[in-house]
Design a protein around this ligand. Structure first.
Ligand code: ADE
Ligand code: ZN
Length: 346
């Protein structure tokens, strides 16, 4: 590996397109919000909570993740969580972010849609003004719940339509294929919302196909299991379909046994528009730059791949073409300029 690769990955401007904001709740903040709101947690200390982060699969993670999100009650809580994430994103040279949130996790506890969306949006607005990070909100439906529940959630969100850029689909894939949500995705598309879905994380390549064909998604979240179907790999490349890949998540949730086996480079070399993202950074061992570094330390990632990943993140973003071009210009300038290294002391 060239000695410049890691600082290049860290310093290059990038977009993050797969980030569950509830998955950015660090244990310290979970305990602080629990105290502030008088919520009783099943864990007696931060250490005990962290010890529960030994996941064996997606569901074992989701159980802990939904428990962690139960401390979020007030608009200020949603604001604080999002602001903390934006400060971390800024440190990683993220200049654009599209944030997932799971409203059903909150509305089913009696927290209003207004409380959730206003708290998240206020922090994103401050991030635009003070950190120069552009952003959008993507509302995810929980696929383990019914489509009726998802349709009701879309109705609840309608007063805040202007605050959303799209809808997504997350939670446990097994037994919950994309086609279960055909009607609600058709409605979202008719409203002019962008559409994405988690597929091919734990679920089979067939779920990627139905996400494309039935839900008509514009990006696939994860999608790493596409490599089990060569014709699908070729289709994804031909259609320039972005995959929002999350390397540390895939290791933590045992999609791959170790990072050396991750297929990120294989996907890029097959011509797929892959991007690197953090998914649930507080639970999976790091933010977006940690994901780039972990991948570079284990895989034959080159400077060309680094450029491609950052360029893909802007091309795959739900942004006007002029802004994408401006961000890619910034990226090109970065790659043309010698790296600034922090001087060594002593
Ligand atoms: N919700 C939060 N993180 C998720 C993931 N990696 N897969 C599915 N649902 C999620
Ligand atoms: Zn995810």
């Amino acid at each position: 590996m060239s000695s410049d690769l890691i600082p290049t990955l860290q310093q290059m401007p990038k977009a993050e397109l797969h980030l569950h904001i509830e998955g950015s709740l660090e244990p310290e903040m979970i305990f602080e919000l629990a105290r502030r709101n008088g919520v009783k947690l099943a864990y007696s200390s931060i250490e005990q909570l962290r010890a529960a982060y030994a996941f064996t699969d997606l569901q074992s993670f989701l159980d802990v993740y939904y428990a962690g999100a139960s401390v979020l009650l007030k608009e200020q809580d949603f604001f604080d969580m999002t602001w903390a994430y934006l400060l971390r994103a800024k440190a990683d040279n993220v200049i654009h972010v599209e944030i997932f949130f799971d409203p059903q996790t909150h509305t089913e506890r009696g927290v209003g849609m207004r409380t959730v969306i206003n708290g998240l949006s206020a922090a994103l607005e401050k991030g635009r003004a003070e950190l120069g990070i552009s952003s959008g909100l993507i509302m995810c439906f929980l696929r383990h719940l019914s489509e009726e529940d998802a349709l009701a959630t879309l109705v609840l969100a309608m007063p805040f339509r202007d605050k959303l850029i799209g809808v997504g689909l997350d939670s446990g894939e097994q037994g919950n294929p994309p086609e279960k949500f055909a009607r609600v995705f058709a409605q979202a598309r008719a409203l002019g919302l962008h559409v994405v879905a988690h597929a091919g994380e734990e679920g089979p390549p067939a779920f990627i196909r139905t996400a494309l064909d039935v839900l008509e998604v514009e990006r696939i979240d994860h999608g790493v299991r596409c490599v089990e179907d060569e014709a699908l790999v070729q289709r994804l490349a031909r259609e320039k379909m972005p995959l929002t890949v999350c390397p540390l998540s895939n290791i933590k949730l045992r999609v791959f046994d170790k990072m050396e086996q991750h297929n990120l480079v294989q996907l890029l070399d097959a011509g797929i528009k892959a991007t690197v993202n953090s998914d649930d950074p507080a639970y999976f061992g790091g933010y977006v730059n940690d994901n780039f570094v972990a991948a570079a330390n284990a895989l034959p990632l080159t400077r060309r791949h680094a450029y491609q990943l950052a360029c893909n993140s802007f091309e795959a973003a739900f942004l006007p073409e002029a802004i994408k071009a401006e961000y890619i210009d910034r990226l090109d300038t970065f790659f043309r300029t010698p790296l600034t290294t922090v001087p060594e002391i002593g």
